[in-house]
Ligand binder design. Sequence first.
Ligand code: HEM
Length: 223
Amino acid sequence: MHFLKSTVGRKLVMAVSGTVLLVFVVVHLLGNTTIYSGPDGINAYARALRSLGPLLWAFRLILVAMFILHVFYGIQLTLENRAAKPEAYAVRKHIESTFSSITMIWTGLLIGAFIVYHLLHFTFQVTNPGISASRHPDALGRPDVFTMVLLSFRKFFVSLIYVGALGALGLHLLHSIEGSFQTVGLNSDRTFPVIRKGGRLAALLIYFGYISIPIVILAGILG
Ligand code: HEM
């Protein structure tokens, strides 16, 4: 397909798939904050999600497809970019480059590795069978996600992995939200500063929202 051979076409696929993944990240964060209402918050939320049945599987399939497209074209475009720019400069000049933009590929790969660990941890529950939510229901027969998350984050190294990986997610988003607006042409000289500030603020809110959970648990404030 000609569209997917052009850089612009593939960047558009990156922007659209990235936006769908970002929507998931925000919805997942909002869902996770139900942990602050105790077991009745997050366990009820986990049960409600499961009761979606085939709809949940449809969302999961869309998510996996978006993830594969995003990773595939992300790696491909980075490799092409690097091949087109051999180290010809004594000093690498990055016009409008920031730490987060240069490290996009690395933070992206770190997020990929984190998602594999995270799914094994909380979805398939194979890294912690002793506290698996599906095998240890709460008093109302719901998967006890509250206790599973609580006992997990009480372990310093587990919390450290999450806080580190979420740092990679924060850096990735710091650059990518404004970038996707640029790719789809939704920016002008007038709107760009607003988009940039809004994108960065959203990235920070997502970062602090997520890390608050392991930190609050590790500090003994929750549970
Ligand atoms: C403190 C941070 C996080 C916590 C406490 C958390 C918690 C959870 C829990 C409890 C589940 C299992 C839900 C269930 O099966 O009932 C889950 C699933 C999942 N999480 Fe997270 N999560 C966190 C961060 C993230 C991040 C940053 C991402 C993505 C970048 C992510 C992506 C996923 C995915 C893809 C699933 C599988 C969803 C499904 O089964 O359909 N999570 N998470």
